[in-house]
Write a protein that binds this ligand. Structure first.
Ligand code: MG
Ligand code: MG
Ligand code: MG
Length: 318
């Protein structure tokens, strides 16, 4: 085995794919220059654990990269991990592989190694931010198209700096990368990137609803809460009626007390909550607002887990 496979987590996002490509490049540069912080004696190759999403495909194409090969088995392989260090997110049989490096920005996972390895984990918004630091620190210049991959990854992971995980380092690095790539309006580019997963025009209504949908038992009542995050709610304007009708059908077929569907606007930082319920007063009590027809606008509400489910549970409890 004369290769180091560089891989991100399962169900890959843009950061996992792009960071694998860029870290593989960096490892190969380190091999050439006889890097002082890590001895690299094998050729590094980026791989991914599954099909890239529409956003990632757009980013790869824009900067002229092909989709890395898919590989899911780790046994007997030499590997470098990016964007994760949890076994469940890693290659199958990761315990039977040799891990030579980890570059990440999450909580420390549960992979173990018998020897010391390069392990670089910063509490920042994106693996790409950590990689930029490694290029700078080891004096390797970052090719323009790879700077593009890293910039797109930061904008994706930090939701254009709106996510609570965003740090000043992510913003600083993004500005440096944008200069290298020649992108003047970072937000505009971020919207272009995030818009790819916001494109619901070709999706079946059921898929729009079920992409991120969960059932709850709230004080004995069956409640469904779905969410779709969009760069701009106008993207779904033409589908509202269809979604509402489908939710109604789901409600009667599934014997729900209520179904709420979060149409979250990333840029406006709020959610238009579509509501179908046996008792509108419970929903109104939960959010302290009157229903305006079929929905209610909730300013600054973006998280189902933190801002929608708890008040609903409280209102149902009486
Ligand atoms: Mg990720
Ligand atoms: Mg990431
Ligand atoms: Mg992510």
């Amino acid at each position: 085995m004369d290769k180091v496979y560089v891989v991100g987590h399962k169900n890959p996002d843009t950061d996992s794919v792009c960071s694998a490509i860029v870290f593989a490049y960096l490892l190969n540069e380190w091999k050439k220059m006889d890097c002082k912080i890590m001895k690299v004696d094998k050729e590094a190759v980026p791989i991914i654990q599954g099909e890239p999403n529409a956003e990632t495909k757009f980013v790869l194409e824009k900067f002229g990269f092909s989709v890395p090969e898919i590989m899911t088995e780790g046994e007997g392989k030499t590997v470098a991990l990016v964007d994760h260090s949890d076994k469940v997110q890693s290659l199958d049989n990761i315990d039977k592989s040799e891990i030579v490096a980890v570059v990440d920005h999450h909580k420390i996972g549960d992979v173990v190694t018998p020897n010391p390895i390069l392990f670089v984990n910063f509490p920042v918004g994106c693996t790409a931010t950590v990689l930029k630091f490694l290029f700078d620190k080891t004096g390797v210049s970052l090719p323009q198209n790879m700077a593009g991959l890293l910039l797109a990854s930061i904008l994706s992971d930090t939701v254009i700096f709106k996510s609570a995980t965003t740090t000043d380092m992510d913003k600083m690095v993004a500005e440096e990368l944008a200069k290298v790539v020649g992108i003047e309006d970072i937000t505009k580019f971020g919207i272009e990137v995030k818009a790819k997963l916001s494109d619901v025009s070709g999706m079946a209504v059921k898929d729009i609803i079920m992409r991120d949908y969960k059932d709850y038992n709230m004080s004995g009542k069956k409640v469904g809460v779905g969410q779709i995050e969009l760069i701009d709610l106008s993207l779904i304007e033409g589908r509202r009626e269809e979604i509402y009708n489908e939710l109604q059908k789901m409600k009667s077929e599934g014997a729900y007390h209520s179904i709420v569907f979060m149409l979250t606007d990333i840029m406006k930082e709020g959610t238009d909550l579509m509501v179908i319920t046996d008792d509108p007063s419970v929903i109104e009590k939960a959010f302290g607002k009157k229903l305006e027809g079929k929905s209610v606008w909730l300013d600054k509400v973006m998280s189902r887990k933190k801002q929608v489910v708890p008040p609903l549970e409280k209102a149902f409890a009486g």
